[in-house]
Design a protein. Structure first.
Length: 258
């Protein structure tokens, strides 16, 4: 998918309005009935997927790949590319959560790839907007942003990214929709590329949210394999564990060279 630019904003903002009530319904239902009590939005989403489906993480050096969802009824497999900076991983995770909850367009697809950038497809727009609204709660964003006072606009944008662990473009769009920045500010800033790690550091903030995590997490696979003990011949179990060990060693070797 080509990178989303300011030229796409009119269509994207129109789509947001079209899907708002449907997405808001999914958010309210999820928070009321599914989200683990006491957990943050991101950690709770990860825990919910781990408890109800299958979740894995490993770094693949591909800036365009956010992750994928493998639809296998009744459970799906969610993969998150930990090569991505943490704030993009957060966004992608919630995007995957939406598809896992809705199971609409992709219910019969074997594999659905998740791009790392915002998407213009209407079904993907719903998933992206779901992620944005969950990360950037309207009341909390308004209160936080207004309390920043007369700070420089870029500083306020970076601080909002830091506070809500949300991607740059998603923050800009949300600030515009909440009438905290105007259309000219949105358009003029949208295509600008900043060294976000340097900007976080300049403001005295931990830059880890905009750094790659490179996490390798196959715990869910291990649990599934352990639960299968006794149901497969020993030779099959041994081969499965050997394969998993080789896969984990492969990603560990890649992580050391990245």
């Amino acid at each position: 998918m080509p990178e989303l630019t300011s030229e796409h904003l009119p269509v994207l903002l129109k789509q947001n309005k079209e899907v708002y009530y449907e997405v808001d319904h999914y958010i309210k239902t999820y928070l009321k009935n599914e989200h683990p009590s006491g957990w943050t939005i991101v950690d709770g989403a990860m825990r919910w997927i781990e408890e109800n489906h299958h979740f894995i993480q490993a770094p693949i050096k591909d800036d365009s790949l956010g992750g994928f969802i493998l639809f296998k009824s009744p459970k799906v497999i969610c993969y998150l590319n930990s090569w991505q900076p943490r704030i993009y991983q957060n966004f992608i995770l919630l995007h995957e959560l939406f598809h896992t909850l809705s199971r609409t367009k992709h219910v019969n697809d074997e594999l659905h790839l998740v791009e790392s950038d915002l998407d213009r497809d209407l079904d993907e727009r719903k998933a992206d907007y779901f992620a944005s609204l969950l990360l950037l709660d309207a009341a909390e964003v308004v209160t936080f942003y207004q309390n920043l006072g007369e700070d420089d606009l870029l500083d306020k944008i970076i601080l909002t990214m830091f506070r809500f662990s949300a991607p740059y473009k998603a923050v800009l769009i949300r600030l515009f929709e909440l009438e905290l920045i105007n259309g000219e500010e949105l358009k003029n800033r949208f295509d600008v590329k900043y060294n976000l790690e340097a900007e976080f550091t300049r403001l005295g903030k931990d830059p880890s949210p905009v750094q790659r995590s490179l996490i390798i997490n196959f715990q869910d696979v291990v649990k599934v394999m352990e639960s299968g003990k006794g149901r497969l011949p020993d030779v099959a179990n041994d081969n499965n564990w050997s394969t998993l060990k080789n896969v984990m060693q492969y990603f560990e070797a890649r992580r050391r060279t990245q």
